[in-house]
Design a protein around this ligand. Structure first.
Ligand code: FES
Length: 166
């Protein structure tokens, strides 16, 4: 990364860092805000935060990797939130997750190489009576089976080929 890119990242981080300037132990909220802004925590973003907080990048990385909420790769065009709450678990969400992993070749927290899908396992999505459910880009899909979810993914793949939205 060149100096200009680093300066740009630091400029974008400035309002976040300013908000927590005199707050002790503010690294986690700073990382949360940075992730919300950039979509994920890139090496460059962690380096810039480290520089501003006078910490080492490896310390920042060490803290960030401790928490499941942080992502270190960009999220895909379609974010699949697969519910692993109790009702969905009882309803078979594990086999849905296994199908996703097999069909897309990625695990929870990862993004496909083509950037089309990311998988995020989440706790209860708040519609347990419709279990098992998953949410793709904010749309909830209910009472899923592996087959049903696989066909839904095919719709997203097809839509992408045609340059349309699902
Ligand atoms: S457990 Fe999945 S929606 Fe509540």
């Amino acid at each position: 990364m060149n100096d200009t890119e680093m300066q740009n990242i630091k400029r974008e981080l400035q309002p976040i860092l300013a908000e927590y300037a005199n707050v002790k132990g503010a690294l986690i909220p700073i990382l949360q805000h940075a992730q919300a802004k950039f979509g994920y925590l890139s090496e460059e973003v962690m380096e810039a935060i480290a520089d501003e907080l006078k910490m080492s990048p490896s310390d920042i990385y060490g803290v960030a990797t401790f928490y499941a909420q942080f992502r270190f790769t960009p999220v895909g065009k379609n974010v699949i939130k697969i519910c692993q709450g109790t009702a969905c678990h009882v309803g078979g969400s594990e086999s849905l997750a296994a199908m996703l992993e097999q069909k897309l070749g990625i695990k929870n927290g990862e993004t496909t190489k083509d950037g089309l899908f990311s998988i995020q396992e989440v706790a209860c999505l708040g519609c347990c009576s419709l279990a098992p459910v998953c949410m793709i880009n904010g749309t909830t899909y209910a009472k899923l089976t592996s087959d049903k979810l696989s066909k839904i993914l095919d719709q997203y793949i097809e839509a992408d080929k045609k340059g349309e939205a699902v």
